[in-house]
Design a protein around this ligand. Structure first.
Ligand code: CP
Ligand code: NVA
Length: 332
């Protein structure tokens, strides 16, 4: 299977057809094998890539940087410290400047409309490195990881996301899972249910991909038979400090702990998280939350996070291979 994705932007997974997503996953697997074997062919020689971060990042930033280096290209990282970004120059103006110098731009920030503006103004491929609404490169890595661990085609697999289903991770997992024809469950309190418009669109897409989509409020029912149990932080980057108390009250029943993993009824079921995760008190934020609310773990118990069922670090590694696939497919 070969597709021409050259010069395409990845602003949301929905920009790509299910076959194009499968192609990117195949290419990522090929690039992963080549890197391990020491046979990687550099296809981004002479290419310059800009990375813009309006929010913090470890995995996405490093995955883009290493992917470009591995492929022989050059990368420049911009944030609000030490550039004109945000203080003196709008993103639209910055995008027009960067488009004259770089072959492609990664953007992480707040609203989806901003990454769309950057793509429109820069006239080069733009890749969404996370917005409030979408995290497409994360979900490519997640789909790759699920396929690796299950050794089955994605359309035979099920996953259950638990947490704030209005936000980026749940939305992009819903899109990716639907495109791949999976059994998709999103479990949250009704107040944190996925956006109705996206759900309607995915239900329509599911008619052609064969996906099953279920929105649940009962975590134990939602995870029954799930191959993968997925969660994310309860308060995302950019959200107000004031939301913590209510969010904890809303989501505490949705914590992924041993009892919930057992409720899958499937000993082979795996735990997934995009990371970073709140599972102990080894972070400043963890200690602050502990001081305010007396909790030492939130969306996932330390026991599950550290258990054999947890595949979170393979997900993190696969960010590199999938982002590299996106770069090679759209730039090389
Ligand atoms: N999962 C993820 O996007 O991690 P970073 O915020 O560290 O990039
Ligand atoms: N929902 C999280 C995902 C982090 C990768 C956030 O936006 O902060």
């Amino acid at each position: 299977m070969s597709f021409n994705l050259r010069n395409r932007s990845l602003l949301d997974l929905i920009d790509f057809s299910p076959r194009e997503v499968l192609y990117l996953l195949d290419l990522a697997a090929e690039l992963k094998r080549a890197k391990a074997a020491g046979t990687e062919v550099q296809r981004l020689k002479g290419k310059n890539v800009a990375l813009i971060f309006e929010k913090a990042s470890t995995r996405t930033r490093c995955a883009f940087e290493v992917a470009v280096h591995d492929q022989g290209g050059h990368v420049s990282t911009l944030d609000s410290v030490g550039t004109q970004l945000g203080h003196k120059e709008s993103l639209k103006d910055t995008a027009r400047v960067l488009g004259r110098m770089f072959d492609g731009i990664e953007y992480r920030g707040f609203h989806q409309s901003v990454v769309q503006d950057i793509a429109r103004c820069s006239h080069v491929p733009v890749w969404n490195g996370l917005t409030d609404e979408a995290h497409p490169t994360q979900v490519l890595a997640d789909l790759m990881t699920m396929a690796e661990f299950a050794q089955k085609p994605l359309h035979e697999l099920s996953f259950c996301f638990l947490g704030d289903a209005r936000f980026n991770m749940a939305c992009s997992l819903l899109v990716g899972g639907t495109q791949m024809g999976m059994d998709v469950r999103l479990c949250s309190p009704a107040a944190l249910a996925p956006p109705a418009a996206l759900l309607a669109k995915m239900r329509e897409l599911a008619l052609s991909t064969g996906a099953k989509i279920r929105c649940e409020t009962d975590p134990r029912r939602a995870v029954q038979g799930a191959d993968f149990v997925y969660t994310d932080v309860w308060v995302s980057m950019g959200e107000a400090d004031a939301v913590w108390q209510q969010r904890i009250e809303q989501l505490l029943p949705y914590q992924v702990n041993r009892s919930l993993m057992e409720a899958t009824g499937k000993p082979s079921s795996r735990f997934m998280h995009c990371l970073p995760a709140f599972h102990n008190l080894e972070t400043e934020q963890g200690r602050q939350v502990h001081e305010r609310f007396g909790l030492s773990e939130l969306e996932v118990s330390d026991e599950v996070f550290e258990s054999e069922t947890s595949i979170v670090f393979t997900q993190a590694e696969n960010r590199l291979h999938t982002i590299k696939a996106v770069l090679v497919a759209t730039l090389a």
